[in-house]
Design a protein around this ligand. Structure first.
Ligand SMILES: Cc1cc2nc3c(=O)[nH]c(=O)nc-3n(C[C@H](O)[C@H](O)[C@H](O)COP(=O)(O)OP(=O)(O)OC[C@H]3O[C@@H](n4cnc5c(N)ncnc54)[C@H](O)[C@@H]3O)c2cc1C
Length: 400
């Protein structure tokens, strides 16, 4: 059902609303009056464009929730086989900042089997308190038991903010928890700040294909939930002497209550770890085909780094998706990012622009990638990259 209301008596059929609708939901009918279809998302972009105020969105009734008892910032500590993922500590660092700004405490949620050491680590990374739920049924991540525990904890302790890493598991868990709690969730945030007047969490993320940055708030429900991609926030410093409280929590679902069963783990061959790479050499459409990645791979190997790519190269089938950097690929923050034959579209930049040093190699001196690059080389990558390989090899052999 369409959400936009159109006053047919007022509409003049000028078509201005059609031009601005980002979803193509509006058109003119046989009588030259605007009509809307079910793809309308009630974004409101058309309202200010209508010169005769023929468009309106019905006021939504807001379910009243008492927000006064919600305090504290929480983050989920993702772990695999007893080792915490670095994305969790990035959440700890940002969570600490938010908690300090709100004048409240930071709580970590550590779930798993034999994970007490992670609770201690969470304190060293900034948590004041850790909820530790340690049980054999939590050894392997599964949505049902993990979500049930977090929902129970939120209902019991009422945090105002809850952030999770936007890894595969984090996205899965956050969606499930937010749905059960009937609260809002902003996925893939690139910025989290506090509005000092309202105490609301301002959750910023790219929208409309990365063309605008939208700041989203959740004023009527708690907790305010957000996921953030790997490498968007900096790792905090670990302070081994930090003190905090570990609270053991439960209950945990019995094995026979959990719908999903883990049959086996199969490790993917040649897994690409872009998130942790210190050096990334990426190729784009400019490499011209799958074979064009050979010098890119070689340069990455010489520098002991990983190979990335733009989406254009992935879409063309030249390289697997696991290598894609950008808004719909991986977010990376290596010390050195070398972009070869990549134009620098906003969606690509969204995934790499915070890299320590960006080197762009492109035949077109006007390519937008040069605007973010610290060093730019205008030239044919098939001449420049082999020359770099040669130079780096010589330097490395000479111990330089
Ligand atoms: C919703 C959405 C999400 C997206 N997500 C992503 C994403 O996650 N990651 C991503 O990368 N893109 C993403 N895109 C696509 C993005 O908009 C661009 O289309 C894409 O990044 C372009 O890739 P490219 O730079 O390799 O190709 P092009 O833009 O075609 O650029 C190729 C470049 O190679 C240069 N070149 C050609 N030959 C040579 C040569 N021999 N030597 C040197 N330079 C050469 C050219 O001058 C040109 O600048 C997304 C788009 C949308 C709409």
């Amino acid at each position: 059902m369409a959400l936009l209301e159109i006053n047919r008596d007022e509409c003049t059929g000028c078509g201005l609303c059609i031009d601005v609708c980002p979803f193509g939901s509006l058109s003119l009918d046989d009588e030259d009056i605007a009509v809307v279809d079910e793809t309308c998302t009630a974004c409101g972009a058309c309202l200010p464009e209508c010169p005769v105020e023929a468009l309106s969105l019905p006021e939504k009734e807001v379910e009243e929730v008492d927000l006064s008892g919600y305090r504290g910032v929480w983050f989920w500590v993702e772990q695999f086989r007893g080792q915490a993922s670095s994305i969790s500590w990035e959440m700890a660092g940002k969570g600490r900042e938010l908690a300090d700004e709100l004048g409240t405490t930071l709580t970590a949620c550590v779930l798993g089997q034999d994970v007490e050491h992670i609770a201690q680590e969470a304190i060293c990374y900034g948590a004041d308190r850790v909820f530790l739920v340690d049980a054999p049924t939590l050894g392997v991540y599964r949505t049902d038991p993990y979500a049930a525990i977090l929902v129970g904890l939120v209902q019991k302790y009422r945090p105002e903010v809850f952030i999770l890493g936007a890894s595969s598991r984090g996205r899965d868990l956050a969606g499930s928890v937010a749905t059960k709690l009937r609260t809002g969730l902003t996925a893939d945030c690139t910025g989290l700040t506090i509005d000092p007047e309202t105490r609301l969490l301002r959750q910023t993320r790219p929208a409309f294909g990365g063309n605008i940055m939208a700041t989203i708030i959740c004023p009527h429900h708690r907790p305010q939930m957000a996921t953030v991609r790997h490498r968007v926030f900096e790792m905090p410093e670990i302070v081994p002497s930090r003190q905090g409280q570990v609270v053991r929590e439960g209950p945990v679902m019995d094995e026979d209550e959990i719908a999903s069963k883990v049959v086996d783990f199969i490790t993917q061959e040649g897994e690409v770890n872009l998130a942790d790479a210190k050096v990334i050499v990426s190729g784009g459409r400019g490499v011209g085909g799958p074979e064009g990645f050979a010098p890119i791979r070689e340069l990455a190997e010489v520098l002991g780094g990983a190979m990335g790519s733009s989406r254009a190269a992935v879409d063309a089938g030249w390289i697997p998706y696991a290598h894609q950097v950008g808004q719909t690929g991986r977010t990376v923050r290596p010390d050195l990012y070398i972009a070869c034959g990549i134009s620098g579209a906003i969606q690509h930049l969204a995934g790499m622009k915070t890299s320590g040093c960006i080197v762009a190699i492109n035949a077109d001196p006007e390519a937008p990638i040069f605007q973010v690059a610290h060093y730019g080389i205008v030239g044919d990558l098939f001449e420049v990259v082999p020359a770099l390989i040669e130079q780096f090899r010589q330097k490395l052999q000479a111990g330089g």
